[in-house]
Design a protein around this ligand. Structure first.
Ligand SMILES: Nc1ncnc2c1ncn2[C@@H]1O[C@H](COP(=O)(O)OP(=O)(O)OP(=O)(O)O)[C@@H](O)[C@H]1O
Length: 246
């Protein structure tokens, strides 16, 4: 089976600063990967590189068998950025319509797709309100709905659950699992361990390095701990010890 996302020996940075070193990552269709790591670890930089917004400094990234950056590929990826890029003066429905058109959705398919995407994030009752009247969590939900609109093969979600209450978070996870079961590939970043535990695989990034990678069960077994959070803390201590010895 072809890999949906393949990152090989990636080194990335800004100017003279190196932010990511030797990152290797493989994602197959129908799987969910969570990237976890402290603030500034390099998660968004990795996501931006996979999206083709940053050219790999070293190494290669392919998505759907196409090397990035590649503009046409973007039409096949549903992307939710960390900061919401929405039109404040437009309503939620108008935003969905605008982005749906940008994504090439046919006019006839639009109402059904908007209904579906807004439904996943419980936003139907608020679709007629201007986005400037939305809370932070509502804006995140609208951004997620936009990412889902065109039924993309790949979803890349940068902190999708920030500002989202536990009940809705559960509903969103239910939908993400259903999407994965239908063959979609999902990569998301998060600071929330409960989210990471829902993923098929977790990649832990710290100081620009992938310090551990595996299923939640593999990671807890590897570090002889009960939770993913404890595994993450132990992997971080191991990285510090390695660095002191170098
Ligand atoms: N455009 C930029 N120019 C220069 N440095 C940057 C730029 N964007 C990010 N950085 C730096 O790269 C490092 C990694 O940042 P990145 O946003 O990838 O981390 P992150 O893991 O996503 O953090 P968070 O969880 O807070 O979003 C940080 O030290 C950050 O200051």
């Amino acid at each position: 089976m072809d890999n949906t996302i393949q990152v090989s020996d990636l080194t990335q940075g800004y100017g003279r600063t190196t932010v990511l070193r030797d990152i290797n990552l493989t994602l197959t269709p129908g799987t969910i990967l969570a990237l976890i790591g402290p603030s500034g670890a390099g998660k968004t930089t990795l996501v931006a590189t996979i999206m083709g917004m940053l050219k790999p400094r070293q190494g290669t990234v392919t998505v759907l068998n196409t090397a990035v950056p590649n503009r046409p590929l973007l039409a096949r990826i549903g992307y939710m950025a960390q900061t919401d890029a929405l039109y404040d003066s437009l309503t939620g429905a108008e935003n969905l319509q605008f982005f749906g058109t940008m994504q090439g959705l046919r006019r006839a398919a639009m109402p059904e797709r908007i209904k579906y995407a807004a439904g996943v994030v419980n936003l139907q009752p608020d679709l007629k309100k201007p986005v400037q009247d939305y809370s932070g969590g509502m804006k995140r939900r609208l951004s997620l709905a936009i990412a889902l609109l065109a039924d993309p093969a790949v979803l890349i979600l940068d902190e999708p659950t920030v500002g989202i209450d536990p009940e809705l978070r559960q509903q969103i996870w239910h939908e993400l699992h259903a999407l994965a079961a239908s063959g979609k590939t999902i990569l998301l970043t998060t600071h929330v361990m409960e989210d990471a535990e829902q993923a098929d695989t977790i990649m832990m990034i710290r100081n620009g390095e992938a310090i551990a990678q595996g299923t939640p069960a593999q990671l807890t077994a590897q570090y002889h701990v009960a939770t993913v959070e404890a595994a993450f803390l132990q992997a971080g201590r191991d990285q510090d010890a390695h660095r002191r010895n170098d």
